[in-house]
Design a protein around this ligand. Structure first.
Ligand code: AVJ
Length: 324
């Protein structure tokens, strides 16, 4: 049976066009130049990210999966969730572990997947619909920084999962705002399940974002292709070099695109020209790495109390439960 998959948008028409224009105008006129990571994820970008998750160097997905596999029953009994909401659900691959545990536990009624990528949501949603015909599966295209897109009237207890370490895409200013938005949506009995990548050897971290096969480089350059298509820009992806660096002060990996020569790029939709010096970089993604005490403290500031903290055998990645 191919059930109907209910995909909604919470954002006004034209939101993504406006947001892209604003982000690119701001990001390419500022210094250093920046582009937010959410623009990686068109159809091709989501596929490349799926490939990244299987690379030998990219351990976070496997580490988190291992923790989830081990702890999903504990999560189900600790939360007794009737609704699972997943922020940044992507392909929803790891979600099945949670769905299965919560269904075995006998509480789960609905699953709401929220993501910035329509393509990824539709594909994941339709497949889950087929695999779990008795579960209410919905999808919502949203931008977490503007509207979490929490489903209205979803029965509690609700478990909100934000996996994969995507929290690390938010810097120290954006995370408190994110916790506040989340806290205002949750009540007693609800819970937050958060995946966080941990500080570790910097060689391991840098390689996780600069694989030998060059998949991450393609993923990084994909943002230039998105700008070419959406803004009529004329970026030559070959004129930029993929860079992965550990920023010690901020304890984060940074992905950048370095202009290999002086060049001018036209962006007709914005009526602008972006000038690059040789070696000039665009910061395209931050991936903040966490430590337990600091993460617990910032969650506490946001009104969340840490109740469980689990790591993989090698202490590479943490999965935590927190209560509002
Ligand atoms: C999906 C944001 C968790 O930061 O590790 C992977 C994205 N970028 N390789 C991460 C990513 C380059 C990923 N997140």
């Amino acid at each position: 049976m191919t059930g109907h998959f209910d995909l909604t948008r919470r954002l006004p028409d034209g939101y993504f066009t406006d947001a892209l224009h604003t982000d690119v105008l701001k990001g390419l006129t500022g210094r250093p130049k920046t582009l937010p990571p959410k623009w990686f994820y068109d159809g091709r970008g989501s596929e490349l990210f799926e490939e990244i998750t299987q690379l030998p160097e990219y351990y976070p997905t496997r580490a988190e999966h291992a923790i989830l596999r081990e702890r999903c029953d504990e999560i189900a009994s600790a939360t007794g969730a009737r609704t699972l909401v997943e922020l940044g659900s992507g392909s929803s691959r790891k979600t099945r572990l949670l769905l299965d545990s919560l269904l075995r536990h006998g509480t789960l009624e609905s699953y709401a997947a929220l993501d910035v990528s329509t393509d990824a949501l539709r594909e994941a949603g339709e497949q889950l619909r087929r695999e779990y015909p008795d579960l209410k599966v919905t999808g919502c295209v949203t931008d977490l920084e503007t509207d979490l897109g929490m489903p209205d009237g979803a029965p509690g207890p609700r478990l909100v999962a934000f996996l994969g370490g995507t929290l690390g895409n938010l810097d120290g200013d954006a995370r408190p705002a994110f916790y506040a938005a989340l806290h205002s949506e949750l009540g007693p009995g609800d819970a937050l399940l958060l995946g966080a990548d941990l500080v570790k050897d910097q060689g391991v971290l840098v390689r996780a974002y600069d694989d030998a096969q060059g998949v991450t480089a393609e993923f990084n350059k994909n943002v230039l292709r998105v700008l070419n298509r959406e803004l009529g820009a004329d970026f030559d992806p070959d004129a930029f070099q993929h860079v992965s660096v550990w920023n010690e002060g901020e304890e984060r990996v940074e992905m950048r695109l370095r202009s290999i020569r002086a060049q001018a790029v036209e962006l007709p939709a914005l009526e602008m020209t972006a000038e690059f010096e040789e070696g000039e970089e665009i910061l395209t993604e931050i991936a903040v790495k966490f430590r337990r005490a600091a993460l617990a403290a910032e969650l506490a500031c946001g009104g969340f109390e840490l109740s469980h903290w689990w790591t993989d055998g090698e202490q590479r990645f943490a999965l935590l439960l927190a209560e509002p």
